[in-house]
Design a protein around this ligand. Structure first.
Ligand SMILES: Nc1ncnc2c1ncn2[C@@H]1O[C@H](COP(=O)(O)OP(=O)(O)OP(=O)(O)O)[C@@H](O)[C@H]1O
Ligand code: SF4
Ligand SMILES: [Mg+2]
Length: 356
């Protein structure tokens, strides 16, 4: 069996409010194999970032509380670690890239100082050695004239360059796991595809595993081995990129796929949107949390919560349609390969159009 680098089990995280714990994730379970890329997709507010921040235990500093569950990293439960122990893991064995590169960089230090610091803290390198390695990292992330750039401040670099510096910082200590939370969304469309390509190339070069968070199915189609679909704080479907695009089982996933621009949209039809909006976890409906928005909702969906079912190939979904007798109303796989291609084309073409 393939080795798992990360096993998130029944992770429930929340924030204290006047009424007690307001959940932000609810029994999230996700597994990542060594060397693979798992994408977490889902609408805004579905709990993607809270899941990532919980893995890093940065959630503690954002006022969050891990109420239940485990986060096994190479078999060790990070939930049980003290913050002093996490300091040896975070920024070293597990690193994270955020959406906005400017907020990750300190404006008053040169980029060389910032990459060097990580190398000196975690790898114990001497000043000169860390500086030389910083130049090498800038070169590896495709920054031209790294000997000059290394002495510059973040404000002297473009957004794309800054995100390359952040990637250099994240990879400097050769982490085993890279978590990237919407790493391209704040960037100009011309550089989005370049940064994604760079991440994939470096992931292979550094033999890392990657947990990539995105609300963009196009990005997931481009980079993922497996995809976990989150809705209202929990995972509703998980499978290989092929299973998700060719045989989506959860109606929410089907809705996300139908909403990809370039399918209905480019052909003159209206772009599909999933009706309604995601509920806060404090106001979840009874039964299946997706039922008020689900075009296939049945009686049982309004009373009972569906459990996750796993196919023999490992494709998981939580939907009563998998247990229902009679004809299946969900659309078949006929258009699915087309959907995946459209998703990939969307981000490529955005970039190409912008460049022309
Ligand atoms: N610091 C916080 N305090 C209170 N609630 C929070 C905090 N951070 C997140 N939440 C809540 O947790 C839930 C999940 O938020 P999260 O940021 O994980 O969503 P997301 O899937 O990353 O969305 P997006 O795509 O917009 O980044 C939301 O309901 C959000 O309001
Ligand atoms: S369980 Fe019912 S409401 Fe929920 S996604 Fe499946 S069909 Fe829709
Ligand atoms: Mg987020």
């Amino acid at each position: 069996m393939a080795e798992k680098i990360l096993q998130i089990r029944n992770l429930t995280t929340g924030f204290m409010s006047e009424k007690g714990l307001a959940k932000a994730t609810d029994r999230v379970s996700i597994e990542l194999e060594k060397g693979q890329t798992l994408c977490i997709v889902g609408e805004s507010g579905s709990g993607k970032s809270v899941t990532a921040m919980s893995v890093m235990r940065l959630i503690d500093y954002a006022g969050g509380i891990i109420a239940d569950g485990e986060v096994l990293f190479n078999g060790q439960d990070l939930v049980k670690k003290k913050q002093s122990e996490m300091l040896k893991i975070r920024g070293n064995l597990i690193t994270m890239i955020f959406q906005d590169p400017m907020s990750a960089l300190n404006p008053v230090f040169t980029v060389g100082d910032q990459i060097s610091e990580a190398l000196r803290i975690h790898k114990g390198l001497k000043k000169q050695e860390a500086w030389m390695q910083s130049i090498d990292m800038l070169r590896r992330v495709g920054i031209p004239a790294p000997e000059i750039r290394v002495k510059q401040y973040p404000y002297e670099l473009s957004g794309g360059m800054c995100q390359r510096v952040v990637i250099a910082m994240a990879l400097a200590c050769n982490p085993e796991l890279l978590i990237a939370d919407e790493p391209t969304t704040a960037l100009d469309v011309t550089v989005q595809a370049q940064i994604l390509d760079l991440l994939l190339q470096l992931k292979n070069e550094f033999r890392m595993s990657m947990l990539l968070i995105t609300h963009d199915m196009g990005v997931a189609a481009e980079v993922a081995d497996r995809i976990a679909v989150m809705y209202a704080g929990t995972v509703v479907e998980e499978g290989t990129v092929r299973e998700i695009f060719e045989q989506p089982r959860h109606p929410y996933t089907i809705g996300l796929l139908k909403s990809i621009p370039g399918l209905e949209g480019e052909r003159g039809g209206e772009l599909y949107t999933i009706k309604g909006s995601i509920p806060p976890l404090s106001q979840l409906p009874k039964g299946c949390r997706f039922h008020p928005r689900c075009p296939y909702a049945m009686d049982i969906c309004r009373h009972k919560e569906p459990e996750m079912h796993e196919s023999p190939t490992g494709h998981k979904a939580a939907c009563f349609l998998d247990e229902a007798d009679g004809s299946d109303p969900r659309p078949g796989a006929a258009k699915s390969q087309e959907t995946k291609s459209a998703a990939k084309v969307t981000i490529r073409s955005m970039s190409e159009v912008a460049q022309s």
